[in-house]
Design a protein around this ligand. Structure first.
Ligand SMILES: Cc1cc2nc3c(=O)[nH]c(=O)nc-3n(C[C@H](O)[C@H](O)[C@H](O)COP(=O)(O)OP(=O)(O)OC[C@H]3O[C@@H](n4cnc5c(N)ncnc54)[C@H](O)[C@@H]3O)c2cc1C
Ligand SMILES: *[C@@H]1O[C@H](CO)[C@@H](O)[C@H](O)[C@H]1NC(C)=O
Ligand SMILES: *[C@@H]1O[C@H](CO)[C@@H](O)[C@H](O)[C@H]1NC(C)=O
Length: 498
């Protein structure tokens, strides 16, 4: 590798690629494409985006089962880590633009409804499978809530656009009930931040897609990447399942939870499935909920987002389910010289969605938890037994500490990964592409250096490919649940088809 003519990936030198292939058009891929078109340095680079496409919706960017597509996503600067608080503050400047219909936040794309964050003082149960390298003391939901409270107050103390007066502590269940305004309550301590809200994710992605298309600089290809193309130690492009080959000087893999099927991410990130439920409500019910804030219980990860178009959404931000799958094509191995095409690929967790498996259901434990959240947060008898009109499994690319994975590959040249979203990247849509582009240009923002890097991995014992558990204090549930096993358990049967 040392004698390779082009710069080694870990060297700080950067030369502008003449062609860039981005795999995936979710938050990470699409925002990177737009940022690249806005940089003088990349004015001569040909930019291509490829995304999975099925015959029912050919050429959908992103694919309808991408994590980036949904009715709503929380937009909150409420993080226990000040670097993400500051990054969201930057993003919110864009989300809050809504004076003109063409502004990002206009036409219902952003709602500053407020966010009610609640937590529990009792630490959650210890983790079953220790993460690699031993376990740091685990941050609890309460630690997370208190840390994020301190961060948003600090932020607001200096910033006239998010004044501190709009952040109030809620020291007990009665105060939480008053702030929620539905008659329900949840958690034992919390705070409300009127500077946070939610976005219509699908509509915001469509707005971005339009922006990218308007540049005329990006070629969109509908197709599924089957494997990465490479020479000795250099990635040269991607081969599609229909046999087409897309070649490029730089390949950026931003395939969300699917990334582990293309690049060996053992010890880096794991795909986890999360449950969502949607409930049809009446106009009167929607009216009654029109002033409610988003509520997120950090002890359990359960949350409810205010309704739109007479649909109420409840979801769980949890450890999630893993789905061990043996990929048809083995992912690109960690080391160029460890490729062994005859050896069957180790199982990796890969998404299972309603798009590829129309009969998919959500597991009973997930459905029961969504019910529990509803009955606690909106305790109306009329909603108690109303069936979900729709449910969904949505997939995160989870890292051990919920930091993103945005870096050059340590061993393959001309390969960059932008993933590890850990279930919280949507809010950064207006700013993350610019940061990813900085990292591509080897000028990663200092506050994220070390955080977004490829994790140093001494040795991942065989079979531990999926042993990544996210411990940032924001997750509820039990780590390591296997989707197929949970689906096999009895309980309320809830179709996950849309
Ligand atoms: C239930 C749920 C709730 C969430 N709530 C919030 C929230 O409240 N706030 C927040 O900020 N974030 C939230 N998130 C997280 C946020 O949605 C994600 O972090 C973000 O959308 C990830 O974007 P991505 O580009 O990495 O992945 P994706 O959006 O999944 O995009 C990946 C794309 O790659 C494509 N692709 C994959 N494999 C291939 C292939 N082989 N060939 C071609 N294309 C391929 C896929 O089709 C897809 O379009 C939530 C996520 C979920 C699932
Ligand atoms: C707030 O302003 C002071 C003085 O201008 C500055 O020193 C401090 O770093 C600022 N804090 C934040 C969070 O911007
Ligand atoms: C919310 O958190 C409390 C702990 O503070 C917990 O006891 C309760 O079960 C949680 N409720 C939901 C719906 O998540």
């Amino acid at each position: 590798m040392g004698s390779a003519p082009s710069p080694h990936p870990s060297s700080p030198t950067f030369s502008v690629p003449s062609s860039i292939l981005i795999i995936g058009s979710g938050v990470f891929g699409l925002s990177t494409a737009l940022a690249l078109t806005r940089r003088d340095a990349f004015a001569q680079s040909a930019i291509t985006i490829v995304d999975r496409s099925d015959s029912s919706q050919p050429g959908a960017f992103p694919a309808p089962d991408a994590a980036s597509v949904d009715s709503s996503r929380i937009i909150r600067a409420d993080y226990a880590d000040p670097a993400y608080t500051a990054l969201c503050n930057e993003a919110q400047v864009e989300w809050r633009k809504q004076d003109n219909p063409t502004d990002l936040g206009a036409q219902g794309r952003y709602h500053e409804s407020g966010l009610l964050l609640v937590g529990d003082a009792v630490p959650p149960a210890p983790v079953a499978a220790p993460a690699e390298g031993g376990l740091k003391p685990k941050m609890t939901g309460m630690d997370y809530a208190r840390g994020s409270w301190a961060n948003v107050q600090f932020l607001a103390s200096n910033d006239s656009s998010s004044p501190a007066a709009r952040i109030s502590e809620l020291p007990n269940p009665d105060a939480i009930r008053d702030a929620l305004g539905t008659g329900g309550s949840s958690g034992s301590w919390g705070y409300i931040n009127a500077n946070s809200g939610w976005a219509n994710a699908g509509a915001a992605m469509a707005w971005y897609l339009d922006k990218v298309r308007q540049t005329g600089r990006v070629e969109f290809v509908a197709g599924t990447v089957a494997s990465l193309e490479h020479s000795d130690t250099t990635v040269t492009g991607a081969k599609l399942s229909d046999g087409r080959v897309l070649s490029a000087d730089l390949v950026v893999v931003a395939a969300g939870a699917w990334t582990g099927g293309l690049v060996d991410l053992a010890g880096q990130a794991v795909a986890t499935g999360q449950v969502l439920g949607y409930l049809d409500i009446t106009e009167t019910e929607q009216e009654a909920l029109s002033a409610m804030p988003v509520i997120l219980n950090l002890s359990t990860g359960l949350f409810v987002i205010p309704p739109v178009d007479r649909v109420l959404k409840v979801a769980r931000h949890a450890y999630g389910y893993i789905n061990p799958t043996r990929p048809t094509h083995p992912p690109l191995p960690l080391h160029p010289h460890s490729a062994s095409p005859s050896h069957p690929a180790d199982p990796v967790s890969l998404p299972l969605t309603h798009l590829t498996t129309p009969s998919l259901q959500i597991p009973a434990d997930g459905a029961a938890d969504l019910r529990r959240a509803l009955s606690e947060m909106i305790p109306w008898p009329s909603l108690a037994n109303r069936p979900f009109s729709k449910t969904r499994l949505c997939w995160y690319s989870d890292t051990a500490n919920a930091d993103f994975l945005i870096d050059y590959h340590p061993h393959w040249q001309n390969l960059f990964v932008a993933t590890g979203d850990s279930g919280h990247a949507f809010k950064f849509l207006p700013v993350i592409g610019d940061k990813i582009t900085d990292c591509i240009a080897r000028a990663c923002p200092p506050q994220f250096r070390g955080k977004w890097d490829w994790r140093v991995r001494e040795k991942t014992p065989a079979g531990l490919g999926m042993a990544v558990v996210t411990e940032d204090g924001s997750r509820g549930g039990t780590p390591g649940l296997v989707l197929a096993e949970e689906l096999a358990k009895a309980g309320e049967v809830v179709p996950a088809t849309e």
